[in-house]
Design a protein around this ligand. Structure first.
Ligand SMILES: NC(=O)c1ccc[n+]([C@@H]2O[C@H](COP(=O)([O-])OP(=O)(O)OC[C@H]3O[C@@H](n4cnc5c(N)ncnc54)[C@H](OP(=O)(O)O)[C@@H]3O)[C@@H](O)[C@H]2O)c1
Length: 318
């Protein structure tokens, strides 16, 4: 089996660190992190080198990629701002020009963004721009999508490096704020399983443009039903109407300490409203596009009920 040097850009972040963790556990490749600051990250007995990267300096990044013999880049940069998007576009340019990087997995990890989605979720443009730049490059790329992350519903008992963030379900207070009527299907995956799928993708010679992986597809209403069953309690449920979502006034649930706030991200309520509209318009169901799970039968992703049961059930450790 061939071993590569793989750089995870943004491997210090929530999804990125889960990917790094999974690849280190896989133990097949040398893993490096690209970060705006240099440091060393310890994962078990493995030290992961974090290389200080100036994402505005394309020549500097080319030098880093060549000096470290990096042939695969996995980006987990946050694309929540023009700066984050430009950082990834510059990294794509550096990788394409380096002549050494053969594969680039862009920061996606959501839904299949299209022009139609840009009309109500303008940030989707960042993902489309990255895909366009990759299509023009000579590198292979695949856009890994899965819908909505399960990590928030498993913390802290189901380990994740993602920051806690309550969305739709508030297990501490047995309350839910459902977008629309909550009937449309939504796809879910835990990022520990995302990391396993990415590890498996590294073994493939050729990548298709889209790689969707899904553990479960069910509606937000069905998710609340699972939460009620596992917690043995009737939950208080409110519904944000489509008009409320279109006005950008989605409910923000009370958050735990350490969670992102509206003060940190002034556009947060609008963004959460857009996530609600994605659910209402059915685009959070990525299983409709065809998933690749069956190509990797060795990976058995945790389903919604499994994660909720581990985190909130009355089993051992409760
Ligand atoms: N489907 C879902 O439910 C879901 C949930 C969450 C996230 N996501 C997606 O997953 C991806 C990563 O999200 P995340 O929450 O893991 O991100 P994050 O933790 O907020 O940030 C990831 C990393 O990006 C780097 N970064 C931040 N701002 C930057 C900038 N202006 N320029 C360059 N680097 C910058 C930081 O690394 P350094 O400080 O080390 O440079 C940070 O650790 C995004 O594409 C996001 O949309 C999907």
């Amino acid at each position: 089996m061939t071993s590569f040097t793989v750089a995870v850009a943004g491997g210090t972040g929530g999804i990125g660190r889960n990917i790094v963790n999974g690849l280190v556990q896989q133990g097949k490749h040398e893993i490096l992190i690209l970060s705006r600051k240099s440091s060393t990250l310890e994962i078990g007995s493995t030290s992961i080198r974090t290389i200080a990267t100036d994402y505005s300096n394309i020549d500097g990044m080319k030098t880093i990629l060549k000096a470290n013999n990096i042939t695969i880049i996995i980006s987990a940069l946050i694309l929540a701002s023009p700066e984050g998007s430009q950082a990834q576009l510059n990294l794509i340019s550096a990788a394409a020009q380096s002549g050494i990087v053969k594969k680039f997995l862009p920061s996606e990890y959501g839904i299949h963004y299209t022009e139609e989605i840009v009309s109500f979720h303008p940030a989707a443009r960042y993902w489309l721009d990255a895909a366009d730049a990759l299509r023009k490059s000579n590198m292979q790329f695949t856009r890994v999508i899965f819908g909505w992350t399960l990590d928030h519903y498993g913390l802290p008992r189901v380990h994740s490096y993602m920051k806690p963030f309550k969305y739709v379900l508030d297990f501490d207070n047995r309350k839910a704020a459902i977008p629309g009527d909550g009937e449309q299907p939504v796809s879910f995956l835990h990022t520990a399983d995302l990391a396993r799928y990415i590890g498996a993708l590294l073994e493939e010679d050729d990548w298709p443009e889209l790689s969707a992986f899904v553990a479960d597809t069910l509606s937000w209403k069905e998710f609340v039903g699972i939460a009620e069953k596992v917690t043995g309690a009737k939950w208080e449920v409110k519904y944000d109407s489509v008009t409320t979502l279109e006005k950008g006034e989605a409910t923000i649930l009370p958050q735990l300490e350490g969670a992102p706030t509206e003060a940190d991200y002034p556009g947060m309520r609008a963004m959460i409203s857009e996530f609600g509209l994605m659910a209402v318009r059915g685009v959070l169901d990525v299983s409709r596009l065809g998933v690749r799970n069956e190509e990797f039968p060795q990976i058995k992703p945790m389903g919604v009920e499994e994660v909720v049961e581990k985190a909130w059930g009355k089993g051992p450790g409760a």
